[in-house]
Design a protein around this ligand. Structure first.
Ligand code: URA
Length: 435
């Protein structure tokens, strides 16, 4: 078998065999097929799709061709959470320490930014010296001693996803159901989990804009997880607006520290407690998600979550003083520009996709695979949907080390906000739960 034959079959709309998908996973993991052939196959899948069986075969093969964590020696239940990606969705940063405080072991394998959406690994790396490329032994030891660990695929975990994920970002093949499902679940299958909670975003800032498309994705995730024998639940959550106030790597770390200190945007906290409530439920530490959310709220108020975050940062070599003095130890942008309201009224909408794209251009994300990240870059939304504003009041700040780009993006931001005379009706953040 060779890659050209595999590409030909998908280009012609045929169903792949298990052997063909194993070949693709192995070729991606070992990098013995050129990027242009993998990219061409990705586009054929994006256009012609794959069925449930093919999606499962690909996921299984992507998890298999790489290191598999062996974490069953850990006495606690191991539960992880994964998001399909949003704008300002740094919720994992506060969720991991909080859930760990409730007695659940959280081995969180995360990815980098994809398209206009941010990635937890990029956010974590804005903490000076913090390492996310950890060996399987380090992952297991830290999970045992600290109860939580946040890492990337560096140690040979799901290497095929690492390759394909980066190529998808640069080849307009992100929004494909089977590619998203195999990407997410191959990482999670390699983690040796007891259960998984997934946050499937829906709206302008998500990969899929409508709840119906998000539901299709959620159902395929749940079906594929079941075939992998991984108990899972998927929450469809709103991503019309950016989540919280911060969009950008260091900005989102600072926001997570604020949340763990007992202060933070209401939408971020609602999502944090709901996802965490489900994680506790699947770990049998709570009778239902509401019970779990209450437990986590108490932990949040006690300040234990913040202490745990500090322990995680220190255990991974990061400068833990970041937690006490984020302004001093996190990267700071050379330039900041205020963005003012053009009229008085209420914020009716921040366009999450435009905000995500603007933050990416400011330096918070990549336009091509090799682009470096400016950890200090991003946008801080002082005012969120529903907040009242005065004409000329500062409603957002832009941060970057590139003044030219910043002035350009400040001009573009005018199209990202809608201000109306009437207060907008509240809309639900948690749209649906799929099990
Ligand atoms: N998150 C992932 O890990 N992979 C995707 O393809 C999309 C979101």
């Amino acid at each position: 078998m060779n890659m050209l034959q595999v590409i030909n079959r998908k280009r012609d709309g045929l169903k792949h065999t298990q052997e063909e998908l194993d070949f693709v996973a192995q070729a991606s993991a070992n990098e013995h097929v050129p990027d242009y052939q993998l990219s061409s196959w990705l586009m054929a899948v994006r256009i012609n799709g794959m069925d449930e069986q093919e999606t499962f075969w690909l996921t299984e093969a992507m998890a298999k061709h790489g290191t598999q964590l062996k974490l069953s020696g850990i006495r606690k239940k191991r539960v992880d959470k994964h998001s399909t990606g949003g704008v300002g969705d740094g919720v994992s940063l506060a969720l991991v320490p909080l859930v760990a405080c409730a007695g659940v072991a959280v081995p969180m394998m995360s990815g980098r930014g994809l398209g206009h959406t941010g990635g937890t690994l990029d956010k974590l790396e804005s903490i000076p010296n913090l390492k996310v490329r950890l060996t399987p032994k380090k992952i297991s030891d830290q999970l045992d001693s600290v109860g939580a660990v946040m890492f990337g695929q560096g140690a040979g975990l799901a290497p095929a996803d690492r390759k394909l994920y980066a190529l998808r970002d640069a080849t307009a093949t992100v929004d494909s159901l089977p590619l998203i499902v195999s990407s997410i679940l191959s990482k999670k299958a390699a983690e040796d989990l007891d259960a998984l909670v997934m946050d499937v975003k829906s709206g302008q800032g998500a990969i899929f804009e409508t709840p119906a498309e998000a539901e299709k994705l959620a159902r395929l995730l749940i079906k594929t997880a079941a075939r992998l024998k991984l108990p899972a639940v998927a929450l469809i959550t709103d991503m019309q607006e950016p989540l919280g106030k911060a969009v950008g790597n260091a900005l989102e770390i600072k926001q997570a520290i604020e949340v763990l200190s007992g202060d933070g945007p209401h939408d971020y906290i609602e999502l944090l407690l709901t996802l965490g409530g489900w994680m506790l439920t699947l770990a049998k530490k709570a009778s239902n998600w509401e019970d779990g959310a209450e437990k986590l709220e108490r932990i949040l108020r006690s300040g234990e979550g913040l202490k745990k975050f500090k322990l995680i940062v220190a255990a991974q070599g990061g400068n833990a003083r970041v937690v006490d003095l984020p302004e001093k130890y996190l990267p700071q942008a050379k330039f900041s520009v205020p963005f003012k309201a053009s009229q008085s009224g209420f914020i009716a909408h921040w366009d999450a996709r435009r905000i995500g794209e603007a933050a990416r251009i400011l330096g918070a994300g990549r336009l091509v695979m090799e682009d470096p990240i400016d950890y200090s870059a991003g946008i801080y939304l002082k005012k969120q949907r529903g907040d009242e504003v005065e004409k000329e009041e500062v409603i957002a700040w832009l941060y970057s080390n590139n003044l030219v780009k910043m002035n350009q993006e400040a001009a573009h931001l005018k199209q990202a906000v809608t201000i109306e005379k009437r207060k907008p009706k509240a809309s639900p953040l948690i749209i649906k739960v799929i099990r």
